[in-house]
Design a protein. Structure first.
Length: 334
């Protein structure tokens, strides 16, 4: 598989983003609207409608408020769409373990129904958001899309199971299925999350002058939320033969870092900041991921450097957004 420079125009491209008001979704929705797409956002708005308020100026946005488990509403919402992007999920180990049955419904059964509805109703592209945590704790390995999956948490296990299901069920001419395994996301978003490692550490340093890093030895691939949004856009633009039944790790090799490296970057945000590195049990999310494939096939390169993304969050906090950074609405995990 080799990269092709041709890209399909996506102006007037009709896209349904399931979870389009969330951390990644609100950034992606804005990017696609600015690119001329007709975007329908399907979301339960559990964290409120605010992330999309600034985007209502676009006449090409449509809002569908609902639960992904509502099969009839899902079927109605996919009709007439050219592409469907699935972002919605209960995110994180803690949130998923609170009610495993509910997690199974939202993170596994409902996505299967959405997939089948998209296929039956003539959708041409389906993009599924997976995670690099499917690889599990793999010290000393450089993990590619061909590496065996060893998911440890319920969240990652269901993501891995859906990957397998989607690729095995695809078998429909003209129905392109693509899976994006995201690195750990950070950066500013209209629906910013402070239960993500980098965002949380920046908040603590900027507002309290102190942050704690546990262990620090674990490897984690990082990627800015705007670069993630751009990866989705590039998949929509790519010729079908380049992305059909393909899996791509989304991130950059130079942002594979050990958390102790964050301890060196954080003081640049505040000279008086104190960073405590506390010994801890090994982090189950410890993996070093390769991102060569998405660059070779799609020409994707992460543009935003880690420190620049951290500084952007600092500037936003000092400017008063979000107004209460410790409000639970800025967390997905309990």
């Amino acid at each position: 598989m080799t990269q092709k420079n041709t890209r399909n125009p996506i102006k007037n491209h009709s896209v349904l983003i399931v979870g389009g008001a969330g951390y990644i979704g609100s950034v992606l929705t804005g990017l696609l609207l600015e690119s001329g797409c007709q975007v329908a956002v399907f979301d339960d708005f559990i964290h409120g409608p605010e992330p999309l308020l600034a985007l209502k100026k676009f006449p090409s946005i449509e809002i569908v408020e609902g639960d992904i488990r509502d099969i009839k509403l899902v079927e109605k919402s996919v009709k007439g769409r050219r592409s469907v992007i699935l972002l919605a999920a209960l995110v994180g180990e803690a949130a998923c373990n609170l009610d495993p049955q509910q997690t199974m419904e939202i993170n596994y059964l409902a996505p299967l129904n959405l997939f089948e509805a998209a296929k039956i109703n003539g959708v041409s592209r389906f993009i599924f958001t997976s995670t690099d945590s499917c690889y599990g704790a793999r010290e000393g390995e450089k993990l590619t899309e061909l590496s065996p999956l060893k998911p440890l948490s319920l969240y990652a296990q269901l993501k891995a199971k859906l990957e397998e299901e989607f690729l095995s069920r695809k078998a429909t001419v003209g129905f392109t299925t693509t899976i994006l395994r995201l690195a750990t996301v950070y950066g500013l978003s209209p629906r910013i999350r402070f239960d993500l490692a980098v965002n949380l550490l920046v908040r603590e340093v900027v507002l309290k002058g102190r942050a704690t890093i546990f262990s620090g030895e674990q490897w984690r691939p990082l990627v800015h939320v705007k670069d993630v949004a751009n990866a989705f856009k590039m998949v929509l633009e790519a010729p079908a033969e380049l992305v059909d039944s393909e899996i791509f790790n989304v991130g950059s090799d130079d942002q594979n870092i050990q958390f102790k490296e964050l301890a060196e970057l954080l003081p640049t945000l505040s000279e008086e900041a104190k960073i405590d590195i506390v010994p801890a049990d090994p982090d189950l999310r410890d993996y070093y991921v390769a991102f060569e494939k998405i660059e070779r096939v799609l020409g994707f390169k992460a543009k935003i450097k880690l420190l620049d993304g951290m500084k952007e969050i600092k500037q936003s906090l000092l400017a008063g957004f979000p107004p209460d950074p410790y409000d639970e609405k800025w967390r997905n995990t309990p």
